[in-house]
Ligand binder design. Structure first.
Ligand SMILES: C[S@@+](CC[C@H](N)C(=O)[O-])C[C@H]1O[C@@H](n2cnc3c(N)ncnc32)[C@H](O)[C@@H]1O
Length: 250
């Protein structure tokens, strides 16, 4: 099968064309109110700092194959608008999905984003304020991300735009969720989740999406023992892991 991404071409901006569009243009059938993320105040709603910046860097996992999947294309558009509204330089946004074709990676680089080539399995340490954009990703990706940042120093640096943790929990058998995703289980009680509105025609694209933050004052409610040498997730009992793990060296 030929690589669908290879057929993609980057359309360059015409001379004189406007450099940036501040608002997402949507068809009249769609709620302008809910999608107009370029409006002033949107960055505030997402919890920006006083200088209007959403965060210092962004990491996007699991965007999906946007050359063949409409949802992934919308999600990419949303990411670009968020970076623009939050004043995050494109080069400070790293993207990774093992499903990207070489053509898709070329498109993302041409857009100015930083394409990661290593599968981190979501284990990315936030050393400065970081927006993690994980749209409809596997639970293990969120759980790994939480494990890597499992401290009162690092969790508050993270802001996740992705699946509602409460939603993930509600859709999974309680006993299995607690056994396999212990970091999400603990995070649910101390994170703050704000559900993002989703127009009905974009349910497949943005359903169940929340902005998730970790206020320091909430983290202090967890017992001290939770922070001491948190074990790396193994998932040995997990029959349907939902994420692609890095290849082990033989
Ligand atoms: C359910 S799909 C969601 C795709 C798209 N965001 C959407 O909503 O249609 C999950 C995505 O996570 C990606 N994925 C799996 N393992 C990953 C990993 N280790 N790191 C980053 N992304 C991963 C898959 O390739 C897939 O594109």
């Amino acid at each position: 099968m030929s690589d669908p991404g290879e057929e993609w071409q980057v359309a360059r901006r015409r001379k004189g064309a406007a450099r940036k569009s501040k608002s997402l243009q949507v068809p009249s059938t769609c709620s302008q109110e809910q999608l107009d993320i370029g409006k002033s105040g949107t960055a505030d709603q997402l919890g920006s700092t006083k200088d209007g910046r959403l965060c210092q860097q962004c990491v996007c996992y699991g965007l999906g194959s946007f050359s063949s999947c409409v949802s992934a294309r919308f999600q990419l558009a949303m990411l670009l608008l968020l970076l623009d509204a939050g004043q995050v330089p494109l080069k400070d946004c790293s993207v990774y999905d093992p499903a990207f074709s070489s053509g898709e990676m070329a498109v993302l680089r041409e857009l100015g984003l930083t394409v990661l080539t290593e599968n981190e399995e979501g284990k990315c340490l936030a050393t400065k304020s970081t927006l993690f954009y994980l749209m409809h990703c596997g639970k293990a990706l969120y759980n790994n991300l939480l494990w890597k940042n499992w401290s009162v120093q690092h969790l508050p640096l993270m802001r996740i735009i992705g699946n509602s943790f409460n939603g993930l929990m509600d859709r999974t058998v309680d006993r299995e969720f607690k056994r396999d995703y212990s970091y999400i289980t603990q995070a649910v009680s101390v994170c703050e989740e704000r559900q993002l509105p989703c127009p009905s025609r974009l349910i497949d694209v943005f359903s169940d999406t929340a902005v998730i933050t970790f206020p320091t004052s909430n983290l202090k409610r967890l017992p001290q023992s939770t922070w001491a040498e948190p074990p790396e997730p193994q998932y040995q009992h997990c029959s349907d892991l939902e994420i692609i793990q890095r290849e082990t060296q033989s």
